[in-house]
Design a protein around this ligand. Structure first.
Ligand code: FAD
Length: 384
């Protein structure tokens, strides 16, 4: 077993850390958060410095990168500028779906733009009546000659209005099997017939999320991504890596929360001593450090398994369940260690705490992770 990173990974992460400290300092991220503004300049800096090219095929301007390396990138983004980690993680699923299933024309249009700094393609799965039960979606795609016409409503569609495209999931009204009548499309967000309503969230203030109303939105039929009515298995193909990426960004945030807590515990004096000298505080800090170590080990193991081509069907769900909860606990502990200051809007731990809470819901809730992992564990036990 070798826990070391490669020399290339060491260099990459070191240069990314320097880049983030320069282009996405905490003061800027705090200001953007307060103003609910998307981090356009830091995102462009990631593109300008080759970070967005990682894992994209070379013919579209990309650079080969394995999943472990992408995981390290997400973790680092999460630590220095969590919104960038969130945006990058959301993009991983749509961009990989396009790499894997998109036509040459779609790939040329989307991937080169992403490498140069376009926002990720937004993902349009969830609808008001179809959340955890995503296959209950009702948005339709009706073929009309060389075109297709979309109707329906998407819910919680992050980045939808500011991205160039939505990867839209629709149902074939004729299909009887809910999983075998879903298709995936590339929908330009300037298509007539789209209306966006921004949602007011507890966290993720720099990463906007929308309700999208779709009324007779017409695009060429060649905007189909992959095969007609194969959208569900196509979508599932990259969910595991999206969840891993969200976990990695969460681990980064938990590391930032621990750093802030350690520094504060050494500085803050009460009853004549730094609060870190009290064992009760040391215990909280030690528990935070153990959770961070466990989370990190878990994401690296899942990334390594994926790089080896191994199935992570239940591991990725257990990892998401564990990491999302542990990261919430660590950021909550950071608020506790900082006392009243932790609850004030001018320190970042409140932001980490608010932003991380979504990780137990987005990308599949805790309960759905149990539902994925449990049956798989039982199935494995029956086989062995
Ligand atoms: C900020 C934000 C950003 C998002 N971004 C996107 C995006 O970009 N694209 C997109 O398509 N979606 C997005 N989502 C949607 C997200 O994936 C869903 O919110 C999530 O899957 C849960 O669906 P729901 O909110 O409808 O909750 P529900 O499915 O209604 O669940 C409510 C509760 O019931 C539980 N539950 C449901 N079914 C079961 C079951 N069978 N067993 C046990 N418990 C169950 C859930 O775990 C949860 O606790 C986003 C959501 C948020 C809040």
């Amino acid at each position: 077993m070798d826990f070391r990173w490669t020399e290339e990974q060491e260099l990459l992460i070191q240069s990314l850390e320097e880049l983030l400290q320069r282009e996405a300092p905490e003061t800027l991220m705090a200001e953007l958060d307060a103003r609910h503004e998307f981090p356009f300049k830091p995102w462009q800096a990631l593109a300008d410095n080759g970070i967005l090219a990682l894992g994209i095929p070379e013919e579209y301007g990309g650079v080969p990168a394995d999943i472990t390396t992408l995981t390290l990138v997400c973790e680092t983004l999460g630590k220095y500028a969590l919104p960038l980690g969130i945006i990058y993680s959301l993009g991983i699923i749509t961009i990989r779906d396009i790499i894997q299933f998109g036509s040459e024309e779609i790939k040329a249009k989307v991937l080169g733009g992403f490498v140069r700094g376009d926002l990720p393609v937004a993902l349009g799965i969830t609808e008001p009546q179809a959340g955890s039960d995503a296959a209950a979606m009702k948005a339709t795609a009706q073929i009309d000659g060389d075109d297709v016409i979309f109707n329906g409503q998407k819910m919680y569609c992050t980045l939808a209005k500011i991205a160039k495209y939505i990867l839209l999931m629709t149902r074939d009204a004729q299909g009887t099997n809910p999983y075998a009548s879903i298709s995936m499309w590339l929908l330009p967000t300037d298509t007539p017939g789209l209306r966006f309503n921004i949602l007011n969230k507890v966290g993720w203030w720099t990463v906007p999320t929308y309700e999208v109303f779709i009324e007779n939105a017409r695009v060429p039929r060649k905007n189909l991504v992959g095969q007609f009515n194969s959208g569900w298995p196509q979508l599932m193909a990259n969910f595991e890596i999206e969840r891993l990426a969200l976990c990695a960004a969460s681990v980064g945030a938990a590391e930032a929360a621990l750093e802030d807590s350690l520094s504060y515990a050494n500085r803050r004096v009460q009853f004549g001593n730094p609060i870190g000298s009290y064992q009760a505080v040391q215990h909280i800090l030690t528990d935070m450090a153990i959770k961070n170590e466990n989370m990190r080990n878990y994401i690296y193991k899942v990334a390594w398994m994926m790089d080896q081509g191994q199935s992570v069907r239940h591991e990725h769900a257990m990892c998401k369940l564990y990491v999302a909860r542990a990261a919430c606990e660590v950021t909550d502990s950071a608020v506790q260690i900082m006392g009243g200051l932790g609850y004030m809007m001018d320190h970042r731990v409140q932001r980490l705490w608010r932003d991380i809470r979504l990780m137990r819901i987005g990308g599949g809730t805790d309960e759905i992770m149990y539902n994925i992992a449990g049956p798989q564990l039982l199935k494995h036990a029956r086989k062995s």
